[in-house]
Ligand binder design. Structure first.
Ligand code: ATP
Ligand code: MG
Length: 354
């Protein structure tokens, strides 16, 4: 008998976990952890998360206190950037130079990190929110003390991420590194299935594997990295399914959502196969456009959320057997009238050419 998987959070990630469970008749129930209602949880439910922060509401406490709440330790370590960076240091996983901002003399602390610094709120930031850019000469904000870490600005050539999973037996599987394009701190698009230097893949798997083992982690975890002179530097961890893994829905034999459920439910964990090349791009604050479906290999995932400027309301995966066919699809996408689609097509075509 498979357990029911209860997801703390009822956004798009919970929705896509539910979709992945359906073919296996694996019940996935996303719930709002901020609601003040008594949930009808069963003793054999398995609790997982799609968000990292919620209030001590009635539902929230009930979820946290359930005996099968998974990855408590990992969440504790990762939700706070200071603890997360300390974990990376302790496990000797390379990350950007950083410190915790404390006390009065912020100027000197910031200068010791570098000439250009990113200040990040320790808790609660996402999609680039809760971050400030500081450079020598700028006035620091007093309220950063005790609340933020400061990180050196990294002159990366590009960004990649690794999505992997671990089960209770300690078995681990990984997808190939995905190349990501962020703008204003928000993920615009990802591309996967292009050749990746073997050394980068090997390092990334070793580090994420070490982190998951250390935390006794069960399920999917993502690791975002900067690439500097061909070497990886870890930016941050996400203890859940991740936006940069959305391409796996049609671009891999097992999606990240199914992989997460397999690990949690104790189902076989095998390495997902990737045969073609995929582009995923986020639909930010836009309306549903039937034209997306005229592009060969395109799959639309619409979240059904209220449309607000810049908000992630869906994504499109374009999966093709190889680079030339993917380039054809991107050209077809770029030829559409919408500026947003053609900008993504341009970026992805440049990746295919490089
Ligand atoms: P997410 O939506 O992934 O949760 P986030 O808000 O938690 O994002 P980060 O991943 O820390 O924030 O930063 C968002 C983006 O800002 C990064 O992907 C990168 O493009 C840029 N960035 C963050 N830290 C640095 C840094 N130290 N040097 C250069 N760029 C950075
Ligand atoms: Mg990030």
């Amino acid at each position: 008998m498979l357990p029911r998987i209860v997801v703390a959070g009822n956004g798009q990630l919970g929705q896509m976990l539910q979709q992945a469970g359906a073919p296996m008749q694996l019940e996935v129930m996303p719930v709002d952890p901020n609601a003040d209602v008594q949930l009808e949880l069963r003793a054999d439910d398995v609790i997982t998360v799609e968000i990292e922060h919620w209030s001590d509401s009635v539902s929230g406490l009930q979820l946290k206190q359930h005996p099968n709440f998974r990855n408590k330790v990992a969440l504790h370590m990762v939700v706070d950037r200071q603890r997360q960076k300390s974990l990376l240091d302790r496990l000797q996983v390379p990350t950007s130079p950083w410190l915790s901002l404390e006390g009065d003399d912020l100027q000197a602390q910031l200068e010791s990190v570098g000439e250009r610094v990113i200040v990040k709120r320790r808790r609660g930031g996402y999609d680039g929110r809760g971050q400030w850019r500081w450079q020598k000469g700028d006035q620091p904000e007093a309220e950063w003390a005790g609340e933020c870490i400061a990180e050196a600005m990294i002159p990366f050539s590009h960004e990649v991420s690794l999505v992997g999973a671990r089960n209770a037996a300690g078995e681990k599987v990984f997808y190939p590194l995905t190349c990501n394009w962020h703008q204003d701190g928000i993920l615009r698009a990802s591309i996967a299935g292009l050749p990746i230097p073997a050394e980068q893949q090997r390092d990334a798997e070793a580090w994420l594997g070490r982190i998951m083992d250390d935390e006794g982690y069960i399920g999917v975890m993502a690791m975002e990295c900067f690439v500097v002179d061909g070497k990886l530097l870890v930016n941050e961890l996400a203890p859940r399914v991740h936006n940069s893994g959305h391409w796996t829905q049609e671009g891999a034999s097992i999606s990240q959502f199914e992989l997460h459920l397999r690990a949690l439910a104790g189902l076989p964990l095998i390495t997902p196969e990737v045969s073609g090349v995929s582009v995923m791009y986020n639909l930010l604050g836009r309306n549903w456009k039937p034209e997306w479906l005229s592009v060969q290999g395109a799959h639309v995932h619409w979240y059904g959320k209220e449309i607000r400027p810049g908000r992630k309301v869906g994504h499109v995966n374009i999966c093709r057997p190889d680079v030339p066919t993917l380039a054809e699809s991107l050209q077809a996408l770029g030829a559409q009238l919408d500026e947003e689609d053609s900008v993504v097509a341009e970026w992805a075509l440049a990746q295919l050419a490089s």
